[in-house]
Design a binder for this molecule. Structure first.
Ligand code: F6P
Length: 373
């Protein structure tokens, strides 16, 4: 019998996950005579030893499916809620890894998953990862799968919002996912021709945004589309957030640190309130009616685009080839038309943000889009 590899999907789901599972499963079975098992619901299923054998029928017909046939969760091996407690379950996970005599464990996920996978690699497991997230914020890879699909969905939404904004002479503020980075907001805003695009990397001045909308009205354009990343902040809020982060870095007092972490989390979870406030402020400052649309999880659902299917298939097959060569402790990253293995130690603890001199930023500015300043 051939070697056995395990797969899990963790973090927020992302279109293309099933395409990646299919690619790993089929190439492992067809090209390398390896067996494949899946663990359900991310690291939790690995800890609870809930498995599914990935072969034959189960790998068939899933290329086009959204979500993940394995299920997912945001549970972390070293901080797992078990009963009423949060416990470090790394030892149990290692036991289950050995119980299945795994050659390697493939963890498919975003930034958090890369970190958790790295911890397991440090604990002695043969781990390899794939980068997926609609946010496109994983470091050391050109792109993550899921991003292209979410970009298409958000762009189509902006297209549809245009006609209603135009008919009613309104501002429409549309909130786009992306966690604390602006790839999705900037990309969809540009592709959908938004008049204003606000991203976390460029804290905005509300008066400048209102002025841009007023200028449009003077040119006879009585409507405006404002694309806002969920993590976008006003200049005042960005200052407050930076102060809280500095305090958190500086304090050695554990209790104070915990309090600061929960304040910071609450600050970031407040995005819908911030976007609603932005919409109300623009209505007051421009005297145009404003409506808010939060695209939310629509952006993560449904079938992956052709680009994401191809990307996930490329990454999945490259992953099995790497396992065959015993290359572990790495992420399979996208580099142009190729893939390369990057050490997990170089991936974790970093986030790929939109550089202020990125060609997308320049192009948006040069086509007259207001970026909040
Ligand atoms: O990381 C993907 C993502 O969709 C982010 O864009 C968003 O901030 C977050 O997940 C939402 O998480 P949840 O589905 O757990 O509410």
């Amino acid at each position: 019998m051939g070697k056995c590899i395990g797969i899990l999907t963790a973090g927020g789901d992302s279109p293309g996950l099933n395409a990646a599972i299919r690619a790993i499963g089929k190439s492992a079975l067809n090209a390398y005579n390896m067996q494949v098992i899946g663990f359900r619901d991310g690291f939790r299923g690995l800890m609870e030893n809930r498995t599914v054998r990935l072969e034959g029928e189960i790998l068939s017909g899933i290329l086009t499916l959204g979500g993940t046939i394995l299920g997912t969760s945001r549970d972390k091996p070293h901080k797992m809620p078990v009963g009423s407690k949060v416990q470090d379950m790394t030892e149990v996970i290692i036991d289950n890894y050995h119980r299945h005599n795994l050659e390697a464990l493939v963890c498919i996920g975003g930034g958090g998953t890369q970190k958790n996978a790295y911890r397991l690699a440090q604990a002695g497991m043969n781990v390899i990862t794939l980068p997926k997230t609609i946010d496109n914020d994983v470091a050391m890879t050109d792109i993550t799968f899921g991003f292209d699909t979410a970009l298409s969905i958000a762009t189509e939404a902006i297209d549809r919002l245009h006609s209603t904004a135009h008919s009613h002479h309104r501002i429409i503020v549309v909130e786009i996912m992306g966690h604390n980075t602006g790839w999705l907001g900037l990309g969809a805003g540009m592709a959908g021709g938004a008049d204003v695009i606000l991203i976390p990397e460029m804290p905005y001045d509300i008066n400048q945004v209102a002025e841009a909308i007023r200028r449009r009205r003077h040119r006879g354009k009585n409507f405006s589309i404002v694309a806002v990343s969920e993590g976008a902040l006003s200049q005042e809020d960005a200052k407050e957030l930076a102060q809280l982060q500095e305090e958190k870095q500086a304090t050695k007092d554990e209790k104070k640190q915990e309090k600061l972490i929960s304040t910071l989390n609450a600050f970031q979870a407040n995005h819908a309130t911030n976007t609603l406030r932005l919409s109300a402020q623009l209505e007051a400052l421009t005297r145009l009616e404003s409506r808010l649309t939060i695209l939310g999880h629509l952006q993560r659902g449904g079938a992956p685009t052709a680009t994401d299917r191809i990307l996930a298939t490329r990454l999945g097959t490259a992953c099995v080839a790497a396992i065959d060569e015993k290359r572990f402790g790495c992420m399979v990253a996208v580099k142009g038309e190729s893939t390369e293995l990057v050490k997990l130690s170089e991936v974790v603890g970093k986030r790929k943000v939109v550089p202020l001199d990125h060609p997308w930023v320049r192009a948006a500015l040069e086509t007259g889009t207001c970026l909040g300043k």
